[in-house]
Design a protein around this ligand. Structure first.
Ligand SMILES: NC(=O)c1ccc[n+]([C@@H]2O[C@H](COP(=O)([O-])OP(=O)(O)OC[C@H]3O[C@@H](n4cnc5c(N)ncnc54)[C@H](OP(=O)(O)O)[C@@H]3O)[C@@H](O)[C@H]2O)c1
Length: 317
C-alpha cells in the first residue's frame, strides 16, 4: 500500500519539484507518492479531463508545454512509450524545454524487452541488449536518445507491470484469465508501487550523493525477486479468491490460435536480475514476489473496487 511506501521513503530536498511526463498507471502512482512525501508534482496527460491531469501534453497534438508552467522542476520521470517510428515523443517535442530546467535527475521508464530472448537464462544490465521484437527495437532506440540527451538520466527497465486493478486477480474475476502451460517458460514482473518506490529511491540517492560511479548505474532493472510461470500466479490467485481455475491449456496446442501480440509475448523467456537495484543501489522491494504483491492487490481492490473497472493491461502479473 502507498502508506507503506511513504513510511519507508526519505523526503527529497525542500525545493524539489517533480514532473511526471505521462500520468498513466505508473506515473500516477509515483505522483501520489511524491504528494504524500510533500514534494510538489505536475502530471501531464493527453486530456485535461483525465484524472490528475495538471498539464496537457500530447505529442500527436500541439506537442508543446509552456516553460513557465515548468519553472523550478528539478526531477522528472517519463513514462511515455516510443512512437510508431521508434522516436521518443518527449525528446522530439520537448528536449529544448527540458534542457532549460534545473534538473537534478531524470528517469526514463523502459522495458526489459530490450534483452530479447535468453531461453530462460538470467540477464543483467551488464549484458548487451539484443532486442528481437519491433517494439523492443523501438524502445532501445528511445533509450539511446535519452542517454544522449545531455540530461542527468537514469534508465529504468521494467518487466510486466501489475498492481491494484491490474493483476491476474482481476483477470480471474472477469473471466479473462487463461491457464496456459509452456514447460520452462517464466515471466518477470514488478508491482506498480515498487516502480514508484524505485524511482523515488534513485532520485533521493542522486540528491544525497551525486556519485562519481553513477555512470555505472545509468541503467537499472526494476524487477521483483521471483521470475515465475503464469500458471503459478493463477493458481495462487485462485487460492486467494477461493475461485475455480480456467481449464489447463497446453501452449503448443493453442499457439496457432493466439493473436500475433500474444505470440510475441510468449516468444521470449528470460530471468532478469535485480541485483543492481537491490544490492548495489540498496532498494528494498515492497513486494518482492507475486505472493506478497497479489495479497496487496486483493487488499487494495477490496478497498477500492472501482479499480476493477480499469481496462486490462498487463497479462503477466
Ligand atoms: N504495462 C506493462 O506491463 C509494461 C511493461 C514494461 C514497460 N512498460 C512501459 O512502462 C511505461 C509505463 O507503463 P504504464 O503501464 O504505467 O503506462 P500507461 O499507463 O499506458 O501510461 C503511459 C502514459 O503515456 C502517455 N502517453 C502515451 N502516448 C502519448 C503521447 N503520444 N503523447 C503524450 N503522452 C502520451 C499516456 O497519456 P494518458 O494518461 O493521457 O493516457 C499515459 O499517461 C510505458 O512506457 C510502458 O510502455 C509497460
Amino acid at each position: 500500500m502507498l502508506a507503506d511506501l511513504v513510511k519507508r521513503s526519505q523526503p527529497l530536498a525542500s525545493d524539489a519539484k517533480l514532473l511526471v511526463l505521462g500520468g498513466g498507471y505508473s506515473g500516477r502512482c509515483l505522483a501520489s507518492l511524491a504528494r504524500a512525501m510533500g514534494t510538489p508534482v505536475l502530471c501531464t496527460r493527453r486530456s485535461l479531463d483525465s484524472d490528475e491531469a495538471d498539464l496537457l501534453f500530447d505529442s500527436a497534438g500541439e506537442g508543446h508545454l509552456d516553460p513557465d508552467a515548468l519553472q523550478g522542476v528539478t526531477h522528472l520521470v517519463c513514462t511515455i512509450p516510443p512512437d510508431r517510428e521508434g522516436n521518443d515523443p518527449v525528446l522530439s517535442k520537448l528536449l529544448g524545454t527540458l534542457r532549460s530546467l534545473p534538473l537534478r535527475w531524470a528517469g526514463y521508464l523502459s522495458t526489459t524487452g530490450i534483452y530479447g530472448d535468453r531461453q530462460g537464462g538470467w540477464v543483467s544490465e551488464q549484458d548487451d541488449p539484443a532486442p528481437e521484437l519491433d517494439r523492443s527495437i523501438r524502445r532501445l532506440n528511445c533509450e539511446q536518445a535519452w542517454l544522449h540527451s545531455g540530461l542527468p538520466i537514469q534508465i529504468l527497465r521494467l518487466p510486466g507491470i501489475y498492481g491494484p486493478g491490474r493483476s491476474v486477480l482481476n483477470g480471474l474475476q472477469q473471466g479473462r484469465a487463461r491457464l496456459i502451460e509452456k514447460p520452462g517458460q517464466v515471466f518477470c514482473r514488478i508491482h506498480v508501487e515498487d516502480i514508484a518506490g524505485a524511482c523515488w529511491h534513485l532520485m533521493h540517492r542522486a540528491e544525497q550523493a551525486p556519485d562519481p560511479s553513477m555512470d555505472n548505474w545509468t541503467v537499472v532493472n526494476v524487477v521483483d525477486d521471483l521470475p515465475a510461470p503464469t500458471t503459478d500466479l493463477l493458481r495462487h490467485a485462485a487460492g486467494l479468491l477461493g475461485c475455480d481455475l480456467p481449464p489447463l491449456e497446453q501452449f503448443d496446442q493453442i499457439v496457432e490460435s493466439m493473436s500475433p501480440m500474444a505470440q510475441t509475448f510468449w516468444s521470449e523467456n528470460r530471468r532478469v536480475s535485480n541485483h543492481r537495484l537491490c544490492q548495489e543501489l540498496g532498494y528494498g522491494l515492497l513486494h518482492p514476489n507475486y505472493r506478497v504483491g497479489l495479497q496487496d492487490c486483493l487488499d487494495q481492490d477490496k478497498l477500492n473496487p472501482t479499480d476493477l473497472r480499469s481496462p486490462p493491461r498487463s497479462t503477466n502479473g
